[in-house]
Design a protein around this ligand. Structure first.
Ligand code: 5RP
Length: 217
């Protein structure tokens, strides 16, 4: 299903342009599809070091966002998405660069398998990227929002993002007002980015189902 939506997303790639590319297993399928039409695009802006490496592996030129004025499209996966295009992202710890690259794009195309579609966001723990020295202070503030914040750890060590920061995953939230919560968490000092993409969500959702790719706008 991930491969099917990745293939369907190629339709949104404008010939001759630079494409914004997300991070994760679905985005990886998309990069592989992009590799097959690489001569038709100018290049890509990557939302993570891992994505940049995979793009280069396909011979696709990777541009620094500072050298690009605008992008026609940003294509990425999600951990959860609603019918309104609000998303939780950051399962792959790339949320900050994903939000930055997406903000420069005129259109956000979300590609996901159908299991990611939810009525209410929050069953997937909400990732929050934080400055390491503020980790405990931010966690205390997040607790007051009703969730259970847990520092993301791998092999006994905090996960460090491409930006040198930590991730706190907030468990047990039921997010009734995604845009409001996004603003509220953004306001906490020490937070770099919250993995809620609601104030600016997806313009198009391509969902992989057993009946084929379904498009939601
Ligand atoms: C990475 C992300 C990914 O888009 C999200 O985790 C979905 O990943 P996958 O395509 O592997 O299911 O936000 O930070």
């Amino acid at each position: 299903m991930k491969q099917a939506v990745a293939r369907a997303a190629i339709e949104y790639v404008t010939p001759g342009e630079i494409i914004g590319v997300g991070t994760g297993s679905t985005a990886n399928f998309f990069i592989d599809e992009l590799g097959a039409i690489k001569d038709r695009i100018k290049g890509a802006v990557a939302s993570s070091e891992a994505t940049a490496e995979r793009l280069r592996g396909h011979g696709i030129e990777v541009f620094d966002l500072n050298d690009v004025q605008s992008l026609s499209v940003y294509i990425d996966g999600a951990d959860e998405i609603t019918l309104h295009g609000e998303m939780i992202k950051g399962g792959g710890a790339a949320l900050t660069r994903e939000k930055i690259v997406a903000s420069v794009a005129r259109q956000f195309v979300c590609i996901a398998d159908g299991s990611k579609l939810v009525k209410t966001l929050g069953a997937f723990p909400l990732p929050v990227e934080v400055i390491p020295m503020a980790q405990a202070a931010v966690a205390r503030r997040l607790q007051t929002l009703g969730g259970e914040p847990r520092l993301r750890v791998k092999d006994g060590q905090p996960v460090v993002t491409d930006n040198g920061c930590f991730i706190i995953d907030v468990h047990g939230l039921r997010i009734a007002d995604p845009a409001g919560l996004e603003a509220q968490i953004n306001d906490i000092v020490g937070v770099v980015t919250v993995g809620l993409f609601a104030r600016r969500g997806a313009n198009v959702g391509l969902l992989g189902t057993v009946d084929g790719v379904k498009r939601m706008t």
